[in-house]
Structures are given as C-alpha cells and as structure tokens.
Design a protein around this ligand. Structure first.
Ligand code: DGY
Length: 365
C-alpha cells in the first residue's frame, strides 16, 4: 500500500491533474496527496475530487504545514507529506515526485516499487540531464560532498538534489527522526535527505528513468540563486557530522543519452553572462579583500583549482541571509558554470560530463 506525494508551488500546478491521475490509477497506490505552498483554490480541489471519483481512492490537495525552522518552502511541503504518511498506519511506502514532470508515467512508480520489493529501503530515481543542467548538483553539492565526506558515497549519488524517490516505512521513520531533516523547510531538504539516507545506513537503489525528467528550464541563472544559497547552507550545517563509507548502492544500468538532451542548453547563457558585467556592491568588495579566492576574475579563470579554493571558502564562511555573502557565492558559482559552459561543453557530451566527474573526484583527494 503506497502513498504518493506531490509537493507543488501554486505557480507551477499546470501538470498537477495529469500527475495526480497517473499516480491514483496505479494499482500499488492507495492514496495521493498534493501538498502546495498556498491553500488550494476551487479548481485544484476539483482536480483532486475528479481523480478520487474516477479511481475510488483518497486524493487530497492540502497546504503545507509549518514544520521546519528555516524559510518555508519545498522542505515544509515534503515534511508535511512525511508527517501525514507517518500519521496514517495503512500505507507502508511513500513516494515523492515533483508535480511538473512532463514525462511522468506509471513506470516511475513501477520502477521504485520493484526496487523496494527487491529489498531496498530507498529507491531514488535518476535520469540523464543536459550538460548545462544540474549545475548546483555538480559544482556545489557533489563537489562540496567530495570535500566534506570524501570516503562516503554521497558524491557518487547521481542526483543528490532529486525530488523523486520512494521510501519504506522504516526508512521514512529514520529520516523523520533525523534532526537535520526536520529543521530543513527550504530548498536544502534534498541535500539533508540524501545525507541522512547515507548516515542512517539505508539500502539505496538508484533507479534509472530512461524517458528522463522533462521539466521547465531556466531563464538566467538568477532563477536558481535561492536554491544555490539554501543548498550551500545545508552543506555547511551538515559539515560537522560524519558519514560512514557505507556499502555500494544498487544502481540500474543507464541507457544511451538522447541527441536532444546532449544538445540542450538548460539556461539563458547570454542573460547570465550579462550578470557578471555589474560591479560588486561595496559590502561584497570588502569581503573580497578578506577572501581573495572570491575575487571576480574573468570566466576563463574559473577552472577546477580556482573553484576548489572558492568552494572551500564558501563552505567555511558563507552566511545565508547576508546579502554580501549571497552576492559573492552567486557570482562565483555563475562564473564557474559559465566556465563549464564555454570551455567544457563545446568538447561534446561525453567529454564535458567527464570533466564534471573528474573535478569532483579530484576534490576527494
Ligand atoms: C540541480 O543543480 O540539480 C538543480 O536541479 C538545478 O538544475
């Protein structure tokens, strides 16, 4: 018996009806919960009522509760789903999916159910991504994890920021009881969940989704600034904690990468390049004098060595909510992403993905 949870934002609910319908129709699914950042309007309630009527299963749309202690965001939506699951003794599994996946289908649920049937505590989806997508994942999350916990499996997890996974009840209880999970109400939730899955020694199966996660891409990288800062803060708060080496996860074989994805540019490069043309604020300028690793050099200078030095400083010194630190963290990361886009990506898909992987491995020492 499985509960499927869709965290969603009110401005991102276009595909909710389709996603809810697919989940509710799956034979293993006994309940569906969509958790939004604002109270549901009449149209959204009707979407849930129609799906419920058609499938004879409970389908609800609710507003997220205030559970974490940081900015109320995606973390609160996921924690609300977890808390509802733990408060209902009937389902023995919970799945999470972003609601805006255009390629969502019953097979996402199927693959995760199969992995849990085979003994995994956690089934975590992964899929191919464009060489210019996943730029927080590569440059911050995997790279930061490689610096902080070089012997652990964290840097190897394909999509540590992925919001698509399934848990047994045992795994859900272990995660819910982790204090770092319960405080994380914002974009940092995925980082702490991945960390805690490994910390708790849960058996992880990474399930490959061949059709990929087609979702909306970004304008300039400004769209990702808040996510960047909150994911950085999550790593900083986890930094004092240890991670065991752990067993190798079970990982599905990957298929071939589609031509469309190989060539896809995931953000607006011209608009992002223009962001670097502005001067630093006086407060950021003062910080740069103390931390020369963050001096805004031209994009070509942001190679692996410079980024490693900058990331070391950011992990130690960044302050979430401090505008000068946020400006510097964003600017450094933008420079690094543009470096990858202009230096590595033209080498072709395999070479550019190889460069991302090599940079992470080098940080493990
Ligand atoms: C990431 O880096 O994985 C985020 O999803 C943004 O693309």
């Amino acid at each position: 018996m499985t509960l499927v949870v869709f965290p969603f934002r009110h401005d991102d609910a276009d595909l909710l009806e389709r996603s809810i319908g697919i989940a509710a129709s799956h034979p293993a699914v006994t309940r569906v919960l969509a958790v939004g950042d604002v109270p549901p309007d009449d149209a959204t309630r009707e979407v849930a009522a129609r799906a419920s009527e058609k499938t004879h299963k409970p389908v609800e749309v609710i507003v997220q509760e205030r559970i974490g202690t940081l900015r109320p965001g995606k973390g609160d939506a996921m924690l609300t789903g977890l808390s509802r699951f733990l408060g209902d003794p009937k389902p023995d599994r919970i799945h999470f999916y972003d609601s805006d996946i255009r390629t969502f289908s019953a097979s996402w649920i199927e693959r995760a159910e199969n992995a849990l049937d085979a003994g995994a505590d956690v089934a975590k989806h992964f899929f191919h991504r464009s060489p210019t997508d996943a730029q927080i994942t590569w440059h911050l999350t995997k790279a930061g994890a490689a610096m902080l916990w070089p012997r652990s499996r964290f840097p190897d997890v394909h999509q540590p920021l992925g919001g698509e996974f399934a848990l047994t009840r045992r795994a859900a209880i272990r995660l819910w009881e982790s204090p770092q999970v319960r405080e994380r109400s914002d974009w940092g939730i995925d980082t702490v969940l991945t960390f805690s899955m490994i910390q708790q020694g849960l058996a992880l199966h990474e399930v490959f989704v061949a059709e990929g996660k087609e979702h909306g891409y970004y304008g300039s990288l400004t769209d990702l600034a808040e996510m960047l800062w909150e994911c950085l803060d999550a790593l900083q708060r986890l930094a004092p904690l240890d991670l065991p080496e752990g067993d190798r996860p079970t990982i599905d074989d990957e298929g071939t990468v589609s031509k469309a994805l190989r060539d896809q540019v995931a953000y607006d490069v011209a608009a992002t390049t223009r962001l670097l043309a502005t001067d630093l604020s006086p407060a950021a300028q003062t910080l740069v004098e103390a931390f020369p690793e963050l001096v805004p050099l031209p994009v070509a200078a942001w190679d692996d060595r410079r980024w490693a030095r900058a990331l070391g400083v950011l992990l130690a010194e960044f302050r979430l909510g401090n505008p000068a630190w946020e400006e510097l963290a964003f600017r450094s990361w933008v420079s690094r992403v543009l470096h990858h886009t202009t230096v590595n990506v033209p080498l072709g898909y395999e070479a550019s993905m190889g460069r991302l992987q090599t940079a992470v491995e080098a940080l493990r020492g």
